[in-house]
Design a binder for this molecule. Structure first.
Ligand code: ADP
Ligand code: MG
Length: 320
C-alpha cells in the first residue's frame, strides 16, 4: 500500500470558499480577509467541523502569497503555558511581512488550559495585541474565563448537515477517482454524525478495500452496524422474540466486531430518533441503556449486560 497523505490533510480547504456549511461564519471571515482587519476571534464547536480549516483558510485569505504569518499552537499537547508564551514571544518579536499589519496566532483546544494558564494567556494577548490577532479554538466557550471571552468575537460552529458532508465527499471522490454508491453516502453521513473529519477518514480507509465504495465497506471499517439491523434487534426483543433478538445481537458483536459500548451507543441513537416509542417509553429505555453502559464501563460482563438489556425490552414489550 502506498504511504498516502491523510486525506483530511490533503483536502484541507485552502480557501474559505472551499469550506462547506458554516455559512454565517464564512461570510464574516471573508469580510475580515477582504478588509485585512479583524478582532481576536473565538471559534467554538465540536471536533471535525472546520474550525482549524477556517483559521488556516482565513490566514491564507489575509496574506495570500505574502507568506502565511500564522503560528499554530495546541494548548493541550504543548508542555504548558510557559512554552506557549515563549513561542508566542518569539513569533511576535518580528513584524508581519506584507500589507497586513498583524500576525495571526491560532491556539487550538484553548479550553483545555487551566484557569491560571488562561489568566497568563489573557495577559499575553494584551501584551501582543498591537502586532498579533489571536484565534482561539475550543469545544465549549463557557470553559474560558470571562476576560478572554469578552476580548474575542465569538463564532459558533455547528455540526455539519448531511448535504454539506456529501458535497465535500463528492469533491474528494472525484479527485481520487472513486465511485461511491448512493447508499454508501447515506452510510457515511450516518457514521459521521456531523463530523466531516470522521467521514473523510472512514472514506479513506474504505477506499483501500476497493475503489468502489459500498455501504457495507463503510460500516465495516467504521465499527458501526447498519442502523436497520440495530432497529431490528430492538424490534424483535419488544415483540418477545428473545432468542432471535439474541441472534441479532451476535451478528452485531461478531460480524461487525462491535464492543458492548458501541452497541449501546447505536441502540441509544435508534431509540432516541425512533417514532415507535412515546416519550415515556424513551425515558425508560434511555435509563436502561445508561445503566447497562455504566455497568459495562465498570467492568461487568458485556454479554450479560447486553442480554439483560434485551430481556428488559422483552418485559417492556409485554406490558405495552
Ligand atoms: N466545514 C468544512 N469544510 C471543509 N472541510 C472540512 C470542514 N470541516 C472539516 N473539514 C475537513 O476535516 C478536516 C478536519 O477539520 P478541522 O478544521 O481540523 O476540524 P476542527 O478544527 O473543527 O476539529 C479538515 O482538514 C478538512 O479536511
Ligand atoms: Mg481543530
Amino acid at each position: 500500500m502506498e504511504l498516502a497523505l491523510p486525506w483530511v490533510e490533503k483536502y484541507r480547504p485552502k480557501e474559505l470558499k472551499e469550506v462547506v456549511g458554516q455559512k454565517a461564519v464564512v461570510e464574516r471571515l471573508e469580510a475580515y480577509a477582504k478588509e485585512k482587519d479583524m478582532p481576536h476571534l473565538l471559534f467554538s464547536g465540536r471536533a471535525g467541523i472546520g474550525k482549524t480549516a477556517c483559521a488556516l483558510a482565513l490566514a491564507n485569505g489575509l496574506y495570500g502569497s505574502e507568506g502565511r504569518n500564522i503560528l499554530e499552537l495546541n494548548a493541550s499537547d504543548e508542555r504548558g503555558i510557559d512554552v506557549i508564551r515563549g513561542k508566542i514571544k518569539d513569533f511576535a518579536a518580528t513584524l508581519s511581512i506584507g500589507k497586513v499589519p498583524f500576525k495571526v496566532i491560532f491556539l487550538d483546544e484553548s479550553d483545555s488550559l487551566t484557569r491560571d494558564a488562561q489568566n497568563a494567556l489573557r495577559r499575553t494577548m494584551e501584551k501582543y495585541s498591537r502586532t498579533c490577532r489571536f484565534i482561539l479554538s475550543c469545544n465549549y466557550s463557557s470553559k474560558l474565563i470571562e476576560p478572554i471571552q469578552s476580548r474575542c468575537a465569538l463564532f459558533r460552529f455547528t455540526p455539519l448537515g448531511d448535504k454539506d458532508i456529501r458535497k465535500r465527499l463528492e469533491h474528494i471522490a472525484k479527485q481520487e477517482k472513486l465511485s461511491i454508491e448512493d447508499k454508501a453516502y447515506v452510510a457515511l453521513e450516518y457514521v459521521a454524525e456531523g463530523d466531516l473529519r470522521r467521514a473523510i477518514n472512514i472514506l479513506q480507509v474504505a477506499s483501500t478495500l476497493s475503489k468502489k465504495v459500498t455501504a457495507d465497506s463503510v460500516y465495516k471499517v467504521s465499527a458501526r452496524a447498519r442502523p436497520e439491523e440495530v432497529r431490528e434487534m430492538i424490534g424483535l426483543a419488544l415483540k418477545g422474540k428473545f432468542l432471535e433478538a439474541r441472534k441479532a445481537l451476535d451478528a452485531l458483536l461478531y460480524d461487525y466486531a462491535l464492543s458492548a459500548e458501541d452497541v449501546l451507543l447505536q441502540v441509544h441513537r435508534e431509540v432516541v430518533s425512533s417514532e415507535d416509542f412515546d416519550a415515556k417509553q424513551k425515558v425508560a429505555l434511555v435509563d436502561r441503556i445508561g445503566e447497562a453502559s455504566f455497568r459495562v464501563s465498570e467492568g461487568a460482563n458485556e454479554r450479560i449486560q447486553l442480554e439483560a438489556f434485551l430481556a428488559q425490552l422483552v418485559l417492556m414489550g409485554a406490558k405495552k
